[in-house]
Write a protein that binds this ligand. Structure first.
Ligand code: DX5
Ligand code: ZN
Length: 234
């Protein structure tokens, strides 16, 4: 399957949670494609973030405002399965999880699909891609972590580029319709290199949010435009 259209996926981990709806509305209006929603449980990863309640509020706001971007829920939780239905009911469109956090990976994938959501596996920097071998036909997304999960604002781990190339080869050889996503340390400065390695879905948190005057509705226009221009070079 050839590389798909590029999607920019702002991670709301770096948004201002006191005005989350506004931040999401403005970043999507600036041309971003997907809302990346990081769920951390202070158990699988050493940080605590947001749950289904926030997802539901955000989804309701998006529906009301006619914002059609999908919500991409990245579960950094253990165990995984109990939360799948909660997030599906809360409006998640895509749900990804870490294979090490699930006792039964195939079952977790089936639970996500049964809820009508797109499903994906997430690979930590030291996690091998071999988990994909028997489930490629059951997934819609492969997420390669280019930092160790838990925090925004960390530096990109270069080995992720080799892993992206390997994952791209596996997707192409399988003929399956699977997106290849990167998460961690992605900025306008390195997004072209990441795209050249085969990525089509680009999570960026600190690279997009938090730089501009919070009240300016156009504050994300230039960063999203710059990322698109970089992607066009890849
Ligand atoms: C890290 C999260 C990321 C994080 C990325 O565990 O999964 O989505 O928000 O943040 P940046 O882009 O700042 O590295
Ligand atoms: Zn994430």
């Amino acid at each position: 399957m050839a590389k798909q259209e590029n999607w920019i996926a702002p991670s709301i981990l770096s948004a201002d949670f006191a005005q989350l709806g506004k931040d999401v509305k403005d970043v999507i209006a600036a041309g971003a494609d997907v809302v990346h929603f990081d769920v951390m449980d202070n158990h699988y990863v050493p940080n605590l973030t947001i749950g289904p309640l926030v997802c539901e509020s955000l989804k309701n706001f998006m529906v009301k405002e006619d914002i059609k971007a999908p919500i991409d829920v990245h579960l950094m939780v253990k165990p995984v399965d109990r939360l799948i239905g909660d997030f599906a009911s809360a409006g998640a469109d895509i749900i990804t999880f870490h294979p090490e956090a699930s006792e039964h990976i195939d079952r977790s994938l089936q639970l996500i699909k049964a809820e009508g959501c797109k499903a994906g596996l997430v690979f930590n920097p030291a996690t091998p891609l071999s988990y994909l071998e028997h489930v490629m036909d059951k997934i819609d997304m492969i997420l390669i972590m280019s930092v160790n999960p838990g925090f925004g604002g960390q530096a990109f781990i270069d080995e992720a580029l080799n892993k992206l190339r390997a994952a791209r080869k596996m997707i192409d050889e399988s003929g399956c319709d699977v997106r290849l996503e990167i998460d961690g340390g992605v900025k306008a400065e390195n997004i072209a290199e990441v795209a050249a390695a085969g990525c089509d879905t680009f999570v960026s948190g600190s690279g997009i949010f938090g730089k501009a005057n919070a009240s300016d509705p156009n504050r994300y226009d230039s960063i999203i435009k710059q990322m698109r221009e970089e992607l066009a070079k890849a």
